[in-house]
Design a protein around this ligand. Structure first.
Ligand code: SAM
Length: 328
């Protein structure tokens, strides 16, 4: 995954992403001396963050453009006792861009109890510890859940330092409803498991957000079109980076586009509209469906099939199936 990401963005240099434009001096002054001589600022915009309290800081970092990092994240990364990162090489590039040199070590949820115990011991010693991932918000399809759970269970404070996340960046540019959404992360890579996962979310009345990779995109979109029907969707690629692109169309049109165009480069968020409004199913259409289904299926199976296919309630379908079978 990491290697793919680095390869997928060959033009991803710090310079093109704007980090040096801040200037080393500006950067240092933001982090070390952002005092407000006017005294007007009372809400922290120009005041340095106070020295961090003991606890675990879950710090969001950019998903592409290196300027997408908050002043508070820079304060925290520059002042905690230790920073734990998913990949220290990736993180060092970010830290170097901002002239930060914290004590840095690696953390993965699967690196076992060892790293977690080390972090818990640091917290027990009254230290402040920051957790960051390669990009975006830790724990969101990234390591950290087990650590946060362990820290919370042991009674240590866990502080969010919010910022970029690809799921929100993709959602808010998709031009699809944002009032209710489900983040479904990465789909399984095996076709059968992926189709099952899509079926499991197909009836949820919410916009769906997935993370996806270029090589799997066309297949996933085709499976989504089969599972969800002709819904609108958006493929958001390389958000905040030089080759940012958002393509909006129906799922089948997007599947056809990427099948023909080949696997796109870079990182991808797929956003899918909520289920289409089911047209009201008349009693006549329901009966016609059930009469046919009952020739092959039991009452229960026919009712289940009708409920799924015609989007009617199972109770309604079951009651009609019973009547038609003569069992009511
Ligand atoms: N923690 C990260 C976050 O908060 O977004 C996500 C990490 S996950 C391992 C990486 C996936 O996020 C990528 O495969 C892609 O699906 C999505 N992603 C990350 N950066 C992106 C970007 N700039 N544009 C589009 N999708 C991105």
């Amino acid at each position: 995954m990491k290697a793919a990401r680095l390869k997928a963005a060959p033009s991803f240099s710090l310079e093109t992403l704007g980090a040096p434009a801040i200037g080393d001096d500006d950067c240092r002054s933001v982090m070390t001396n952002p005092s407000d001589p006017s005294g007007r600022d009372r809400i922290g915009a120009r005041s340095p963050s106070p020295p961090p309290e003991a606890g675990l800081y879950v710090v969001a970092t950019p998903i592409g453009n290196l300027r997408d990092i908050t002043l508070r994240a820079l304060d925290i990364l520059g002042s905690v006792h230790r920073v734990y990162a998913e990949d220290t090489r990736v993180t060092r590039k970010l830290l170097d861009a901002y002239g930060l040199k914290p004590k840095l070590a690696a953390y993965h949820d699967h690196s076992g109890e060892g790293a977690r115990d080390e972090i818990l011991a640091a917290l027990a010693g009254g230290e402040s510890v920051a957790l960051i991932s390669d990009a975006g918000t830790p724990l969101i399809s990234d390591p950290g859940f087990k650590l946060v759970r362990a820290a919370a269970e042991a009674g240590y404070r866990v502080f969010p330092v919010p910022g970029a996340s690809a799921l929100l960046a993709g959602l808010v540019t998709a031009a699809l409803p944002t009032d209710r959404f489900l983040f479904a992360g990465f789909l399984p890579s095996k076709a059968n498991a992926r189709r099952e996962a899509l079926q499991a979310v197909s009836a949820i009345d919410a916009t769906l957000v997935f993370y996806e990779t270029g090589p799997r995109l066309a297949e996933s979109l085709a499976d989504m079109a089969a599972a969800f029907g002709a819904r609108q969707a958006a493929v958001a690629r390389e958000l905040t980076k030089m080759f940012e692109e958002t393509r909006r169309a129906t799922l089948d049109a997007l599947a056809a586009h990427y099948a023909e165009d080949g696997a796109p480069k870079g990182e991808i968020v797929v956003v899918v509209a909520p289920p289409l409004e089911a047209p009201e199913t008349s009693d006549e259409s329901l009966d016609a469906y059930l009469v046919d289904a009952l020739m092959r299926l039991s009452v229960k199976e026919a009712a289940q099939a009708a409920a799924a296919e015609l989007r009617v309630s199972r109770n309604r379908a079951y009651a009609r199936a019973l009547v038609l079978k003569g069992g009511a």
